[in-house]
Design a protein around this ligand. Sequence first.
Ligand code: GP9
Ligand code: MN
Length: 614
Amino acid sequence: MRKLHLEHLPPKLIGVTLFSLWLKTVVILLTGFNIHIDSLLDILLILFNPIGSLMILLGFSFYFSNKIHKFIVVMMMVLVTGVLYGNLLYFRFYSDFVTVPILFQFKNVGGLGPSTFELMSPWDLLLLFDFIIIGVLLKKKWIRTISVTSIEKKTYLILSGILLVITISLGLIKSPYLFAESYDREQMVKTIGPFNYHLVDLGIALVEPFNRTLATESDTDVSLEYTKSRANKASDLFGVAKGKNIILISMESTQDFVINKKVNGKEITPFLNSLIKDSIYFNSIYDQTAQGKTSDAEFLIDTGLYPLDSGSAFVRKTENKYKSFPHILKNNEDYYTTVFHGNDRTFWNREMMYDSLGYDRYFSKRDFDVTEENSVNYGIKDIPFFKQSISYLKELPEPYYARLITLTNHFPFLLEEGDKMIPEAATSENVVNRYITTVRYQDEAIKTLFSELKKKGMYKNTMFVLYGDHYGISEKYEQGVFELLGKENTPINHVKLQQIPLIIHVPGEEGMTISTIGGEIDIRPTILHLLGIQSKENLSFGHNLFTRLENHPVIFRDGDFVTDEYLLKDNVCFKVENGEVAEESHCEPYKDIARKELGMSDDIVYGDLLRFLE
Ligand code: GP9
Ligand code: MN
């Protein structure tokens, strides 16, 4: 038998590594990211799109000597695995992909705290499988690294380049608005692959600073014209809360499904359920936040603009000029404006952003007595937080506007036994089971706040606005909620779970439930309506909820939307009525509105256009 001459074989390390990384990428894309597949083309794209970029990455190793070549290949494996795993962890909570700005707000997305550990799974170790196999193959010398000629290098490079061009072209054929809708990251990852997506994202981050330099005063005209034309009809409630103090409560991770819901015969939110009877309760309001979570909810309410497509405006756009809610309140009725929150001043860059938004005072962690005993998870528990806030509230000049941001009901929903006021639920998702107890605790805290305010005579002259800031249960754990609600896990039911409660309580006013659909962006015009303020500083995309048109879409940051009749989820059009897939043409006009509004809002924020309205 002839002896096998290994040294004449091709550079197999590259081949084996390319195959293993491709396989890993494809398996993760198909199983880890809940990517919506609606045609064979989608699968073909997913199979094809990582090849070109992986070849280019691994190709770098050719430019190093034989010894270092091996090392570079391993480094590329670490890089690719790290990028995939980072995205996987991020996706498990945020149902989104990592962007460059996220890397600069790492500590705000849970860092390496309990939130991240909760998201890990022992199965994740499988990601290291190829390292072991390739390690063994190298050790046994079953695969070799041999140098390549310059012709081979060139051919490899040209081939990788051609594959890359084909990938991008196929992506554009599949989704012509791929780059115009770069905020639709699922579309981007599905069509051009995760590595090309990261490159595009990096490119966007690099050119972003030029937006401001190139912006001119006339760029504001389109948005001014667009937002001016919206109807702001009169309603009986105009001015009913004129001159009152305003207490806004941002309820951490509070979804609307908890309202009036019992678990094991016990209400999750007994206080809110009773408050609703004497309040205006909007039960069809959607979470519109993106990667900035709580800070995005604050941004939506304070500015009436959409949050950024990537990263948090609180972190990225503090230098901008804003026409914010505090500015409007101050200019029209001379309100004193404050925020109360038990976390560090730097979290979400709040200290700086509140300055830009015109707040007079930020009561943060350093203003509270925070001890190990009165804290859990992210910081001070809601009951001591509210109790301590009251003494500050009492001293504020009136009328005041105070936003109080709760914290206890935060993922992964940790609470000591003694604070659990109802037993955990018994679904298949522990996260959901614990969530019930932290929401219940928050409800008790709000009850305490109300009764203390009543005792101190601070209740009657105040308008209360309570809203859930964003979802608490991400798609990964949603099955537990469906079990609680006895509902099926369908796209339409998932979208409905994104509803957050909005409760406006004006003492003495009659209660009513309003089912008009809306979003967090509509909260500011609604409050201004109740305050009787007709502000001219209205370059905002919100509508007053009392007169909002049902067929105007509630727009989500990824370009999806919901109207009274149709909803778009992952670019599939559905009928709201029965959850059936609808003809794409029904969604087209709303898609255009979504693209237009998100585009205009981004132009305002990235171009700092409000500075021209001084
Ligand atoms: C932290 C609190 C929670 O200060 O706002 O932040 P989140 O993770 O929900 O954005
Ligand atoms: Mn939050």
